[in-house]
Design a protein around this ligand. Structure first.
Ligand SMILES: *[C@@H]1O[C@H](CO)[C@@H](O)[C@H](O)[C@H]1NC(C)=O
Ligand SMILES: *[C@@H]1O[C@H](CO)[C@@H](O)[C@H](O)[C@H]1NC(C)=O
Ligand SMILES: *[C@@H]1O[C@H](CO)[C@@H](O)[C@H](O)[C@H]1NC(C)=O
Ligand SMILES: *[C@@H]1O[C@H](CO)[C@@H](O)[C@H](O)[C@H]1NC(C)=O
Ligand SMILES: *[C@@H]1O[C@H](CO)[C@@H](O)[C@H](O)[C@H]1NC(C)=O
Ligand SMILES: *[C@@H]1O[C@H](CO)[C@@H](O)[C@H](O)[C@H]1NC(C)=O
Ligand SMILES: *[C@@H]1O[C@H](CO)[C@@H](O)[C@H](O)[C@H]1NC(C)=O
Ligand SMILES: *[C@@H]1O[C@H](CO)[C@@H](O)[C@H](O)[C@H]1NC(C)=O
Ligand SMILES: *[C@@H]1O[C@H](CO)[C@@H](O)[C@H](O)[C@H]1NC(C)=O
Ligand SMILES: *[C@@H]1O[C@H](CO)[C@@H](O)[C@H](O)[C@H]1NC(C)=O
Ligand SMILES: *[C@@H]1O[C@H](CO)[C@@H](O)[C@H](O)[C@H]1NC(C)=O
Ligand SMILES: *[C@@H]1O[C@H](CO)[C@@H](O)[C@H](O)[C@H]1NC(C)=O
Length: 521
């Protein structure tokens, strides 16, 4: 049974790229720095390497194609990577990168989408609006020394207003629930197309922060009004409903009704739940109803079959998807944010049980990294809670027996969620095992995905060298993946998730951009 693993082991030891994440630390390190500081410096080195690749071959387009030194514009051509990178560059105090991006942002024309490509309200909000708002908060706050004059942050805030003002027509529906799929030229959208829970429910933090920043209530009003439909859901078929606190996924813009009862903590639904507790962090007086909705969702998830343990690895916990009252035993990298989110809820509510549950989810997601050849976790997997049906593929059966799950999508798309949850777990517990796990994961990403002028997504985390490169570098790698890998080691960064018993002064949006909470502004 173990023979195949031994063969694989021999394979690893002669391919330098798959194993270099377990090589010892470099010898010429700065001896006045402790281990964590040296790791933070190494993450910053990787960030700057990727930035200069992008700057050389792609700026100010949206993304770098690192293998072919080319570029793409999948985010409407406003320089997504530059805007997404800014808050991370500020936390790392990477001055040249910061100056370049601050000079660039005021030149963007948000009125025009390149080739009139459809604009996603959600992606534009979390990446562009979130990135700009965060830069204003950081540069007006603890990182003031990194900018030349207050004119810089005034120009940035003006661009945030310009962008949101252009986006506002999305809310002009019979319910006020915004369309996500916008034609900028005609300022139009298709009312008969439903919207989704995550895209409609992950706007309220950014638009509320913008309102508070520029003293204009209209932006917050729009999103908070739409959110009411999500907080108090109605169903097209009133006799079919998910467990209390959980939601379906597709919403009719004309009636506000949910059209289905299927959902999950993963893509399509995820950040709706994430923002319920983050709004409470933003303002614990005004958003208690959001916190109550979050608690109900977490309680249903933690006390039902959604909180699921694989048959061959009962020590692991993955969050299953649901179809009404039934569960489907599938999960994925995106859902791995939940561990950190439950830990955040435990921190702000002073509930140790929630911290423990979140740690359990986080540790299990980290185990998916441990399971593969590259040391990187897969995009999606499935499992069984009872003895799995053995098929002809002995290799797969053995993998499932050892690791508890079966890989259903082996790609790695430079995603941050596991590093993100490890960061929250470290802040809540102070347990250095989380710094070590994060460092190990980051070195695996660096060893497998670093190529040409940047980092590329890969096709197979369980093959030598990660299979092959997709030649695409997502902007969120700069906003999130590098940031969480850095912050968990960089104790002296001026912005952090607060530890147990301390007040949260910052809240990170779903793209990893930190905002000042309302009481701090
Ligand atoms: C070594 O690290 C210390 C502390 O972070 C820093 O002040 C110093 O500039 C570093 N030295 C070099 C040569 O990078
Ligand atoms: C964008 O459109 C608004 C509203 O029409 C206008 O005031 C603004 O000047 C335009 N911005 C640019 C850069 O064209
Ligand atoms: C800031 O903007 C004002 C008004 O446009 C201008 O007079 C001033 O020179 C600017 N300051 C700096 C340091 O650029
Ligand atoms: C915002 O909403 C409040 C309460 O619903 C309402 O009184 C106020 O007029 C709205 N303000 C704007 C600018 O829409
Ligand atoms: C509504 O849902 C119930 C429960 O799932 C189902 O039995 C019924 O057929 C559904 N009705 C319609 C009109 O879809
Ligand atoms: C927040 O709640 C307090 C107390 O109910 C209220 O006075 C205040 O106006 C609210 N602030 C905002 C911005 O909604
Ligand atoms: C903490 O959260 C758990 C899980 O949802 C819940 O069962 C428990 O009642 C909470 N404890 C307190 C003191 O609120
Ligand atoms: C999850 O929690 C259970 C019970 O506390 C524990 O036995 C198990 O080891 C934990 N799993 C992980 C991956 O931490
Ligand atoms: C998984 O964990 C085991 C035990 O800690 C370790 O020996 C192994 O190298 C890890 N594998 C990967 C791919 O990280
Ligand atoms: C594992 O997943 C693959 C798809 O990636 C599928 O073809 C295979 O049948 C699955 N094996 C088991 C035992 O579930
Ligand atoms: C990342 O890879 C580069 C190039 O192979 C190497 O020089 C660097 O030390 C690596 N960094 C980490 C954190 O593994
Ligand atoms: C890179 O460009 C070459 C030549 O134009 C092309 O054949 C190849 O498919 C490209 N590679 C990727 C990964 O897109």
């Amino acid at each position: 049974m173990r023979l195949h693993n031994l063969v694989v082991g021999a394979l690893i030891s002669c391919t330098s790229s798959a194993s270099s994440h377990i090589l010892p630390e470099p010898r010429n390190y700065n001896t006045t720095q402790n281990v964590a500081q040296r790791r933070a410096q190494a993450v910053k080195e990787a960030f700057e390497f990727a930035w200069y690749g992008y700057h050389t071959y792609a700026f100010p387009n949206d993304e770098l194609l690192p293998v072919n030194n080319s570029f793409s514009n999948t985010r409407n051509g406003w320089g997504a990577t530059a805007v997404d990178a800014l808050s991370t560059a500020i936390l790392m105090e990477s001055q040249d990168v910061i100056t370049t991006i601050i000079d660039y942002i005021p030149t963007i024309n948000f009125n025009v989408s390149r080739n009139n490509a459809p604009v996603s309200l959600f992606e534009t909000t979390i990446r562009y609006l979130g990135g700009i708002l965060s830069a204003v908060d950081l540069l007006n706050g603890p990182y003031q020394h990194l900018t030349q004059s207050t004119n810089d942050t005034i120009a940035l805030a003006q661009q945030a207003v310009n962008l949101a003002s252009k986006l506002k027509f999305a809310f002009d529906t019979p319910t006020g629930i915004p369309s996500n799929d916008l034609n900028f030229e005609a300022e139009s959208f298709d009312l008969s197309e439903s919207t989704g829970l995550a895209v409609a429910g992950s706007l309220v933090l950014e638009w509320t922060r913008l309102s508070d920043m520029v003293y204009r209530i209209d932006f917050a009003n729009l999103t908070q009004h739409a959110e009411e439909y999500l907080l108090h859901p109605t169903y097209h078929n009133a006799t079919a409903q998910p467990l209390p606190g959980l939601r379906g996924t597709n919403i009719d813009l004309r009636t506000g009704d949910f059209l289905d009862v299927s959902g999950s903590w993963s893509g399509g639904d995820d950040s709706f739940y994430e923002y319920l507790i983050k709004m409470f962090v933003y303002d614990p007086v005004n958003f208690t109803s959001y916190k109550d909705a979050w608690l109900e969702a977490v309680h249903s998830s933690a006390s039902s079959d959604i909180f699921s343990h694989p048959y061959s690895r009962p020590d692991l916990t993955f969050l299953a998807a649901w179809t009404g009252q039934d569960v489907i035993l599938v999960s994925g990298h995106l859902a791995c944010f939940a561990g950190g989110n439950w830990i955040l809820g435990g921190l702000v509510l002073g509930n140790q049980t929630l911290i423990n549950l979140g740690q359990n989810l986080t540790d299990s997601c980290a185990e998916t990294y441990n399971a593969t050849l590259t040391g990187i976790g897969p995009e999606a997997w499935e499992w069984e809670t009872e003895n799995f049906f053995e098929n002809d593929d002995e290799e797969v059966d053995m993998f499932i027996e050892d690791n508890g799950f079966n890989i259903t999508d082996a790609s790695y798309n430079l995603r941050p969620e596991v590093l993100e949850s490890l960061y929250y777990a470290y802040r809540a517990t102070g347990d250095t095992k989380y710094q070590d796990l994060s460092w190990k994961a980051f070195r695996a990403i660096n060893a497998t995905c670093r190529t040409g002028s940047g980092f590329s997504s890969v096709t197979n985390v369980n093959a030598p060298h990660g299979g092959s490169f997709n030649d695409f570098q997502e902007s969120y790698m700069f906003a999130e993946t590098f940031k969480y890998a850095y912050l968990i080691q960089a104790e002296d960064a001026k912005v952090h998730v607060a530890k147990k018993g301390e007040e949260q002064a910052w809240v990170f949006n779903t793209e990893g951009h930190p905002f000042k909470v309302r009481s701090q502004q």
